[in-house]
Design a protein around this ligand. Sequence first.
Ligand SMILES: NC(=O)c1ccc[n+]([C@@H]2O[C@H](COP(=O)([O-])OP(=O)(O)OC[C@H]3O[C@@H](n4cnc5c(N)ncnc54)[C@H](O)[C@@H]3O)[C@@H](O)[C@H]2O)c1
Length: 377
Amino acid sequence: MKIGIVGTGTMGTGIAQVAARAGHQVFLYDARPEVGQKALAHIAQALQKEIEKGRMIATEADALMQRIAWIDALEKMRPCNWVIEAIVEDLVAKKAVFTALEEIVSTDCILATNTSSLSVSAIAASCRRPERVLGIHFFNPVPVMQLVELIPAVQTAADLIDPIKEELLRWNKIPVIAKDTPGFIVNRIARPYYTEALRMLDEGIADCATIDLAMTSLGGFRMGPFLLMDFIGHDVNFRVTEGLYQSCYQEPRYRPSFSQKRLFEAGYWGKKTGRGFYDYSKNLPVASADQTLLQQIFKRILLMLINEAADAQYWKIASPEDLDLAMTKGMNFPKGLLQWADEWGIEACVRGLDELYSHYHEERYRCSMGLRKKVRN
Ligand SMILES: NC(=O)c1ccc[n+]([C@@H]2O[C@H](COP(=O)([O-])OP(=O)(O)OC[C@H]3O[C@@H](n4cnc5c(N)ncnc54)[C@H](O)[C@@H]3O)[C@@H](O)[C@H]2O)c1
């Protein structure tokens, strides 16, 4: 197949690498021509590392590079079977690209957006043939992260998804299907990992290091929430939370924290700026070893995560299998949240949430009907 990539920044470059690795011919286009050389150099460097690790041989890497071509005009996307857009996260800019592409490619070419937060249906509406438009949401770094969320727009043809799913399996990806709703699966369901940790910090229940320790030592999460937020960057993580909060009509579960907003405003964006919740010029602070406190923190964050997953199941954001797969493959969670709920016992989860709700009397802590319903089943 011939795959076109529009926008060759972080994501476009990664998508190009995996598409070429799967044997496809790839056309790269970016509004800034200087980015093209950078993208090719970046892929060559990534392949060199693969060779050094013994995962690829030099002739394979050469052949892969031969399959990637830089093009200096969108018109040269004409022979493509798929075009994946990975430009700046801006609805007006994305719509303009889709409208222009439609005039160039054949009528059966699939047009995909890698948007993280925009409505795929709104992007598809810019096309005369919106039935061939969908979201294909890759995760960063694309060559490493196996999860891909497939998001049919309301206009997408029903028979489009299965062949794309099959093709992505050949790219060594794990595709899941998500409804076109804010945050799709991962960016929505993972939210309490950050927001509930921030809430406990803001309430003075524990410090960052203690909350991080609770999640890594008791939950088996690879990184605690504060270290993870610092790693992602507060410029990105804060904006995602704020975007989700606004697009879900101020859903209290997603309300951003002023502590994180101030870090964002101060330019303390985390590891990449040397300072975020932690100061990376110093040793990380020591956590409390109070086991009761650690248990309380772990239980509260996990309950909120489970509630979020059950709520997504209730609102048919994805199938239960895909919800769990998305969290293990897209967030590296040690276990799927619905599986965790079953292991903990649904009644215990409902009881834990009801206790939080009766303590705070806040909508944020309401137990999802999705969880309550599981008790009755
Ligand atoms: N970075 C992530 O972790 C991540 C993860 C998943 C999805 N996404 C989504 O992927 C998309 C790209 O993100 P990124 O992080 O790769 O951004 P980026 O800033 O690294 O790259 C965007 C590229 O698009 C180019 N561009 C901008 N407008 C263009 C236009 N009209 N035509 C052609 N090229 C244009 C820019 O020159 C730039 O090279 C966004 O929609 C983002 O939300 C990002």
